[in-house]
Structure formats: C-alpha cells, structure tokens
Ligand binder design. Structure first.
Ligand code: CTP
Ligand code: MG
Length: 211
C-alpha cells in the first residue's frame, strides 16, 4: 500500500494577516510541523507552495498552488506518481495533527472506504443566516466539524478533481460524486491556525505537551 501526502501551503492567510504557514511555532514554522508528521506517515510527500517561495524543504516534489485550495490540491495531485494507492491531503495550517491521526485515516481507506476524514462534534450552536437576516438554527446533534488530514483512494481523488470542482475540503467532492466517506474521531487539539489567536493556542498546546 503506497501512500502519498499532499500538504497544501499556498494560501495567503488573509484572516491571519499574512502567510501563516511560515509563522514560527516553538522555533519552527507551522509548515515544518505539518511536513514532519506527513513524512512519518507517508512514503512520499508533495508540498504545494505560493510562487517564488524561498527555502529548502525535505519533500519529494514541490508544486505551485493556485487561486483556490481546490486548485492547489490539483497542482499537488499532478505530482503524485501513478503507483500511489492512497493520497492524504493535509492543510499546512494544521500543525498539531499527530501521526496516529494520519494512520487512522489511511487505515480506514486501506480498509475499503473511498475517503476517511477526521470529525469532531460541534459545541457552539450553529445558525444559518438566510435572506434578509432570517435565522434558522441547525440541529447540532447532526453536525460535525471536519479537519485534515483527509485520506482518499488515489483513483477516487483523481477522478473527482479531473474536471475541476471547488469546495473547502476534498471530501465534499467525493460526497457529491456519491462516494463513501467515513468519519474517524478528530482530536479537539488538531486546530487550524486561522487567526493570530490560534497561533497562541497552538503554542500553549505544544508547551503543555512537552512539560
Ligand atoms: N491553501 C492553498 N491554496 C489556496 C488557499 C489555501 O494551498 N489557494 C491552503 C492554505 O495554505 C492552508 C489550507 O489550504 O494550509 C487551508 O486554507 P485556509 O486555512 O483558508 O488558509 P488561507 O487560505 O491561507 O487563509 P485565508 O482563507 O484566511 O486567506
Ligand atoms: Mg482560505
């Protein structure tokens, strides 16, 4: 079973105020944290970067991202060899994903699912804001929040990306195509660095783990 990782790091970090994937977290970049774990879990790693990014990264291939996350994933996918059986896509912005989580999603796909994704229960009440500000409160017991890494059968991921497609995660494209997506428990500390506050929380979590 040959498994490859695509680590997408080509975003601009608008909400953070700059490219957060290069921000330092306990002495190494958010991206380096993500790459180190991808390396442990997969035979090959493709890194997707913004154009003209300086630096030397210990990966098997580097590609240039696109205007959207989905375009960036497609850029990385083009560098994954045909021998790959499983492809795991990970947001560089989730530096705290552990190798056990990578292994769990990969094993679920090896066991027969088209895709496996980490999910957590939602703790906030979630409302949909409709036209003219009309609110609809969603049934929280039926909602999950989804993380990365997300693992896919390589041929299934390639198929759904073949004709473009835009979504905030790759599993959405599999769902839309009628594929089978299974959920694995998402650790609550696998946060995505979105705002500067998230970086402070990540620092605290890593510090607490080392103590
Ligand atoms: N990403 C990417 N290419 C894009 C957009 C996003 O590779 N065109 C990557 C980001 O680098 C990040 C992951 O996808 O690792 C998740 O995206 P997000 O958290 O939204 O990061 P940004 O798009 O950079 O942030 P923002 O939406 O605030 O601009
Ligand atoms: Mg974004």
């Amino acid at each position: 079973m040959e498994t490859w990782a695509i680590v997408v790091a080509a975003g601009s970090g608008t909400r953070f105020g700059g490219p957060k994937q290069f921000a330092l977290l306990q002495g190494r970049s958010v991206l380096e944290w993500s790459l180190a774990t991808a390396r442990l879990a997969c035979q090959g790693v493709v890194l997707v970067l913004p154009p003209a990014t300086p630096g030397d990264f210990a990966v098997d291939a580097v590609t240039i991202g696109g205007a959207t996350r989905s375009e960036s994933v497609r850029s990385g996918l083009a560098a994954v060899p045909d021998t790959a059986d499983v492809v795991a896509v990970h947001d560089a912005a989730r530096p705290l994903a552990r190798v056990e989580l990578w292994n769990a999603v990969i094993e679920a796909v090896a066991g027969g699912a088209d895709a496996a994704i980490p999910a957590t229960s939602v703790t906030d009440t979630v409302k949909e804001v409709g036209e003219a500000g009309h609110l609809v409160t969603l049934d929280r017991s039926r909602l999950v929040a989804v993380q990365t890494p997300q693992a896919f059968r390589a041929d299934a991921l390639k198929r759904v990306h073949r004709n473009g497609g835009e979504a905030s995660d790759d599993a959405a494209l599999i769902e839309a195509a009628g594929g089978q997506v299974v959920l694995v428990p998402g650790p609550p500390d696998n946060l995505k660095v979105t705002s500067p506050t998230d970086l402070l929380v990540a620092e605290a979590l890593i510090g607490a783990e080392r103590r």
